[in-house]
Structure formats: structure tokens, C-alpha cells
Design a protein. Structure first.
Length: 350
């Protein structure tokens, strides 16, 4: 299922404002504007400061700031290629993980380092928390800009705490009470959407079945070699370290309405609902109200922040506190992502 084209104007450049100098006197910290704490920007004050080493020596500071702001942009450090980024990622988020059960096409570039997405450049990838539909997910996302696009291509971010707060109480409670059901039809080697081999990063059906049982995912193999899956997950979660409630799901992204009214109608007219590559329902199987989903999208738009990528930028995101997406772009763009600090359903409550 393709993401829908953007309906929002391109967000303009944000003004930089320094607000503090670190105790080590090797970096400066600031934000893009006085009233926007997301993201915190950390820049070196010396030309040869090694980012991996600085983070290793200031782990407690980085962790505290990440929980406060939700995202940190490291700008101006000498991170020049995949290997340097991977070195940093292993320091900042020990225990990097593969993109198992992912929902977007990616290319693996290194050991547990991927392209951020392979959707066509003209599309807006809607806001989401990575793998929030899974039974385990990365607590941290780490992005690296190897090639900055000529135009657009930002990775917008949104505070999931603010998204939760902006939703009408009746919408929040409806999702808290019912949860979300995610349904997939994964093809075996050809067809719309992704294959089960790509999603689970294996060609071993026994491994897939064991994974599904562990994650309480209902599954069924299809006669054409494809795989049907269904899982019920909470729509709201409590961050295990801050105790804050966050909007943590991908319900609006999985629903056909994410494609826009015309495309969604055409898709449903040509493909039976039960055969759609992905779909979402309330946890009890009842249909979702498109008005509720549009309210979710509007909440994201209201709090979304975007900044132009610069080559060498590294962005660290707390995957529960902050959602992300991708703006359309022109020209070459190469943004890489690594994921780590695994969390599981039993680690959080709703």
C-alpha cells in the first residue's frame, strides 16, 4: 500500500538558537526556536570531536536530554559514511536490531543499517512510531543523512505525548478501550505490498510461525504461497522511563483512508477488503471511523516539526516519545536508519 501524497505545505527552515554550553565545554546545545523543544541540537565546539567517543563519555547526559526532548540532532560532527554511523549507533543504542515485521520497503546497507524508506520521492510518508504494531519494537531510532536532497526530504517529527493530549477525550478513550487490530496479506513472491520473506527477513516458514506464536499473531498460509496475519495491540502506551502516556500505534497509516478518499475508493472497488495488503480495525474487529483517523492525522500536523537535512546530520529519536515520517523530495537523497534498545509489550502499559 502506497502512502498518500502530501496535503500540507512544505515546512520552512527553522531558526537556530543556542541556549547552553555543555559541562565538558566541547559542545553547545540549543533548539531551533524558543518555544519548540523538539529536537535538541548538539554541535561540536572543536573541529575534531569524535561523536561516538563523546556520546560514550556522556551517556547519562545524552539519555537525560533524550527523555526530556524526545529527539536529539547531532550536527557538524565528522560522521561521513555507513561505517562511522554504525559505530555511533552501537554506542548510542546498544543491541541494534533487524527490521523484522517492518511495513515499508528498505535496503540493508550494513550490519543492521538500512535505508530509511524506498517509497517514491513524490510521496509523503505519514507520521508513525516504528513497529508500534509489533510485540517488540526499538526504543531508539538513529538516522544519518549521507546525501541531503536538493529540495524537501525532511524527516518530520512529532511529540507523541502532545498528539495524545490533542485528541478529543472520546477518541482517546475509544482507542484505549478497544485497541487496534492490524491485518496483513503478504504475498509469497509476487503481488501488491510486501512479501512475507521481506517482512520477516527469512525464507523459513517454521521460523515465521514461531515468531507469530511468540507475538500472539494469528496467521494462516494461503494457497498461493502468501501469508495472512492479524494481531491486536494497544493504541496508547505508557513510556517505561518517564511514565507519560503516548499515542503509540499506526492505525491511521494502515487504514485505506490514508491513501486519500479517491484512491481508497478505487482500491476497495477493485480489491476485496479481506485481500488488502494492510488494513486496520478496532481491536474487536469493528470498523474505524474515518473522522477519528482524520483527527489523528490533524493532531500530527498540529505538532509536527521539520528541519532541512544537512549532510552528516545524525538524529536520535526516542521511538515512543516521538513519531516520524518523510516529506516528498527532489534530487538524490540517502538517509540511513538503525534501530536498538528493544522494548516489549510487557514493558509498557496503556
Amino acid at each position: 500500500m502506497e502512502p498518500r501524497k502530501p496535503s500540507l505545505p512544505q515546512m520552512g527552515a527553522l531558526r537556530r538558537r543556542a541556549i547552553s554550553v555543555s559541562g565538558e565545554a566541547l559542545v553547545k546545545m540549543g533548539t531551533f526556536s524558543p518555544d519548540q523543544p523538539l529536537p535538541l541540537v548538539i554541535e561540536p565546539l572543536v573541529g575534531d570531536l569524535d561523536l561516538s567517543e563523546w556520546v560514550r563519555n556522556n551517556q547519562e547526559l545524552v539519555e537525560r536530554r533524550l527523555l526530556e526532548h524526545g529527539a536529539i540532532l547531532f550536527r557538524g560532527f565528522d560522521v561521513s559514511d555507513v561505517s562511522r554511523f554504525e559505530e555511533f549507533a552501537r554506542v548510542a543504542a546498544p543491541g541494534l536490531v533487524n527490521y523484522v515485521e517492518g511495513s515499508s520497503p528498505r535496503i540493508m546497507l550494513g550490519e543492521k543499517v538500512y535505508t530509511s524508506t524506498e517509497y517514491p520521492p513524490e510521496y509523503f510518508v505519514s507520521m508513525h512510531n516504528e513497529l508500534s504494531y509489533a510485540h517488540r519494537w526499538p526504543g531508539k531510532l538513529l538516522f544519518f543523512c549521507a546525501i541531503a536532497p536538493l529540495e524537501g526530504g525532511e524527516t518530520p517529527i512529532a511529540d507523541s505525548r502532545k498528539v495524545f493530549e490533542r485528541l478529543a477525550p472520546e477518541i482517546r478513550e475509544r482507542f484505549v478501550e478497544k485497541g487496534v487490530k492490524y491485518v496483513r496479506n503478504l504475498h509469497g513472491d509476487r503481488g501488491a505490498g510486501l512479501s512475507w520473506q521481506t517482512v520477516f527477513e527469512t525464507a523459513d516458514p517454521v521460523w515465521v510461525e514461531e515468531y507469530c506464536r511468540e507475538g500472539e499473531i494469528d496467521f494462516a498460509w494461503k494457497e498461493d504461497g502468501g501469508l495472512w496475519t492479524s494481531q491486536v495491540r494497544p493504541a496508547v502506551a505508557t513510556h517505561p522511563r518517564t511514565g507519560e502516556r503516548v499515542w503509540f500505534n499506526q492505525v491511521d497509516q494502515w487504514h485505506p483512508s490514508n491513501l486519500g478518499e479517491e484512491v481508497a475508493k478505487a482500491l476497495v472497488a477493485t480489491t476485496p477488503e479481506e485481500d488488502l495488503p494492510i488494513n486496520a480495525y478496532h481491536g474487536d474487529g469493528s470498523p474505524l471511523d474515518p473522522a477519528d483517523l482524520e483527527a489523528v492525522r490533524q493532531a500530527y500536523r498540529d505538532v509536527m516539526v521539520a528541519f532541512p537535512w544537512r549532510q552528516g546530520d545524525v538524529l536520535v529519536v526516542d521511538n515512543m516519545l516521538v513519531a516520524h515520517g518523510r516529506m516528498p523530495f527532489k534530487g538524490p537523497r540517502r538517509v540511513m536508519v538503525a534501530m536498538g534498545d528493544t522494548l516489549e509489550l510487557q514493558d509498557v502499559g496503556n
